[in-house]
Design a protein around this ligand. Structure first.
Ligand code: UDX
Ligand code: UDX
Length: 458
C-alpha cells in the first residue's frame, strides 16, 4: 500500500510512543514509525508487554501495529524516508556543569538535530515535541542549516500536553493542539501540513497556531500554572491543620468561583512526575538568565512549597507516632507519582521512603503497577525495604499505613481486616485524602489526613 504521508518520531518514550500510536490509529493513510536508541524499549513496543502502562494504549497499538504503525531502531533509515519528523527525546534537568540542577540538559536533543541534518536527503519538517527552553528551535535551526545548503528544514513547535494515566483520552480529545512556527510562506506551509495531520480527528477550532516562541513558552507556563495550583492548595492545607478548617471544604468553596475553577485543587502529599519540577526549574533558570530575579523567585516558591509538603508529611508521621519510627514497620500504599501509571519519576514516594529509612523504619511498599520501578528507585536501601503486590499482606504487622498514590483500589479494601492484622496503636496517614476517615476512626485507626483535623483515640 502506498501511504499518503510518512511520519517519524525519534524517542519512543511516554510521550513519543502514545502520540505516534494515536496518529497511526486516527490516520490509516499515513505510515507512522517510532524509533529509539534503546533496542530493549523498541522490543517491548513490538511485544505484548508494552514498555509503559497506560489505560487504552494496548488497544490502540494492537489496532495499527504492523499495518501503519512501526517501532524500530533504524533511526537513519527512518530519517531518510520521513517527510515529517517529531522529536521527543528526553530533556532532563542538567546534573553537571553550569546550570546543574536547574537548566535542561539538551545533549540528546542536539545530537538528534545533527543526526537529522547528516542523514536527510530531502526536505523535512522537524517538529519539537519535547518540552524545551524558549528559543531552542533557534538553536535547532542553526544546527540544521549549518554546513548544509542542500536541504530545507522547517522547524515547528508542537508541545504535548498529555498527562500520564489519561494519555489516550488526552490525545483523542485534547483541550487544544498548539503549533508554533515562523511566519514566512514556507514555514506557514509546513505548519499547515502539521495542522492537516491533527485535523483528521481534532476539531479545527481547537488547533491553535502561534509564533515559535509563544508555543515553546506556553508549554513551560502551562505546567508551571498547574503545579502552582497544587502548591497553592497544599500551602493552605498546612494552615487548615493548624486551624481546624477542612481543606476539602475550602477547595470546594474556592473552586466554585468560576474564575478559579475546581480542577487541580486536590491537596496531596506533593506533586511528582517527570515534568512539573523539571519545567519550573527550567523556567526559573531562563528568568535568571534574562535577569528577571523576582519572576524566578516567584516560580521557585512553587517547588519550595512542594518540598515542604513532602517533608511535612514525614514530620507529621514522626510526631504522631511518639517521635520515633526506628524499628517500626511502615507500609506505603502506592508508589507511582499518581494513579493509573507505573511511572515513579519524581514520585513523592521516593522522598518519603528515603526519609522514613533515615528514621530507621522498616518499609513495605505495595503498588499495583509501580513495584518494578520502586525497586530500582530504592535499590540502595537494600534489605530495609520489601515489595509486595497484595496490600493486605503488605499492611500485616505494620504500625502505620501511608497512602502515597490515589489508586482507586485502596478505597475498596476491607479495613476491618487490615486493622486486625496491624500492630496497635494503628495509624493511617492519608496523603491523598481518598479514604473514609470517619469509618477508619470507628474501626480503631488513628487517622491523619492532609489539611484536616486528625481523628485520634488519645
Ligand atoms: C520526554 C521529555 O522528558 C519531555 O521533556 C518531553 O516533553 C517529551 O519527551 P518522555 O517521553 O516522558 O518525555 O521521556 P522518556 O520516556 O524518557 O522517552 C525519551 C525516549 O527517547 C527514550 O526512550 C530514549 O531511549 C529516547 N532517546 C533518547 C533517543 O531515542 N535518542 C536519544 O538520543 C536520547
Ligand atoms: C503534567 C501535565 O498535566 C501535562 O499537561 C503535561 O503534558 C505533563 O505534566 P502528568 O505529570 O502526567 O502531567 O500528571 P498530572 O495529572 O498533571 O499530575 C502531576 C502531579 O500532580 C501528580 O503527582 C498528581 O498526583 C499531582 N496532583 C494533581 C495533585 O497533587 N493534586 C491535584 O489536584 C492534581
Amino acid at each position: 500500500m502506498k501511504f499518503e504521508k510518512n511520519i517519524l518520531c525519534i524517542g519512543a518514550g511516554y510521550v513519543g510512543g502514545p502520540t505516534m500510536a494515536m496518529i497511526a490509529y486516527k490516520c490509516p493513510r499515513y505510515k507512522v514509525t517510532a524509533v529509539d536508541i534503546n533496542p530493549e524499549r523498541i522490543g517491548q513496543w513490538n511485544s505484548d508487554n508494552l514498555p509503559i502502562f497506560e489505560p487504552g494504549l494496548d488497544k490502540v497499538v494492537r489496532a495499527c501495529r504492523g499495518k501503519n504503525l512501526f517501532f524500530s531502531t533504524e533511526i537513519e533509515r527512518g530519517i531518510q524516508e520521513a517527510e515529517i519528523i517529531f522529536v521527543s527525546v528526553n530533556t532532563p534537568t542538567k546534573t553537571f556543569g553550569s546550570g546543574a540542577g536547574m537548566a535542561a540538559d539538551l545533549q540528546y536533543w542536539e545530537k538528534t538535530a545533527r543526526q537529522i541534518r547528516d542523514c536527510a536527503h530531502s526536505r523535512k519538517i522537524v517538529v519539537e515535541k519535547s518540552t524545551l527552553p524558549v528559543k531552542t528551535s533557534l538553536a535547532m535551526e542553526r544546527i540544521l542549516t549549518d554546513a548544509n545548503d542542500r536541504i530545507h528544514f522547517d522547524v515547528l513547535s508542537n508541545p504535548e500536553f498529555l498527562a500520564e494515566g489519561t494519555a489516550i483520552q488526552d490525545l483523542e480529545t485534547p483541550d487544544r493542539v498548539l503549533i508554533g512556527s515562523h511566519e514566512t510562506e514556507r514555514a506557514l506551509e509546513a505548519r499547515e501540513a502539521l495542522v492537516q495531520i491533527y485535523a483528521n480527528w481534532v476539531p479545527r477550532e481547537k488547533i491553535i497556531t502561534t509564533n515559535l516562541w509563544s508555543s515553546e513558552l506556553s508549554k513551560l507556563a502551562a505546567n508551571a500554572f498547574l503545579a502552582q495550583r497544587i502548591s497553592s492548595i497544599n500551602s493552605i492545607s498546612a494552615l487548615c491543620e493548624k486551624t481546624d478548617a477542612d481543606i476539602a471544604e475550602v477547595a470546594k468553596a474556592i473552586g466554585m468561583d468560576s474564575r478559579i475553577g475546581e480542577k487541580f485543587l486536590r491537596a496531596s502529599v506533593g506533586f511528582g512526575g517527570s515534568c512539573f519540577k523539571k519545567d519550573i526549574l527550567n523556567l526559573v533558570y531562563l528568568c535568571r538568565y534574562y535577569g528577571l530575579n523576582e519572576v524566578a523567585e516567584f516560580w521557585e516558591g512553587v517547588v519550595r512549597i512542594n518540598d515542604y509538603q513532602k517533608s511535612r508529611f514525614v514530620l507529621n508521621m514522626l510526631n504522631a507516632m511518639f517521635n520515633t519510627l526506628a524499628g517500626k514497620r511502615i507500609c506505603l500504599f502506592g508508589f507511582a507519582f499518581k494513579a493509573n501509571t507505573g511511572d515513579t519519576r519524581e514520585s513523592p514516594g521516593i522522598f518519603i521512603a528515603r526519609e522514613l529509612a533515615e528514621e530507621r523504619a522498616e518499609l513495605v511498599i505495595t503498588d499495583p503497577e509501580a513495584l518494578e520501578n520502586a525497586r530500582v528507585d530504592l535499590e540502595d536501601l537494600g534489605k530495609d525495604v520489601s515489595y509486595l503486590v497484595d496490600p493486605y499482606e503488605a499492611a500485616e504487622k505494620s504500625h502505620a499505613i501511608a497512602v502515597i498514590t490515589e489508586w482507586e483500589l485502596y478505597r475498596a479494601l476491607d479495613y476491618d481486616r487490615i486493622y486486625r492484622s496491624m500492630t496497635k496503636p494503628a495509624f493511617i496517614f492519608d496523603g491523598r485524602n481518598i479514604l473514609d476517615h470517619r469509618k477508619l476512626f470507628e474501626i480503631g485507626f488513628n487517622v491523619f489526613p492532609i489539611g484536616k483535623t486528625p481523628l485520634t483515640h488519645f
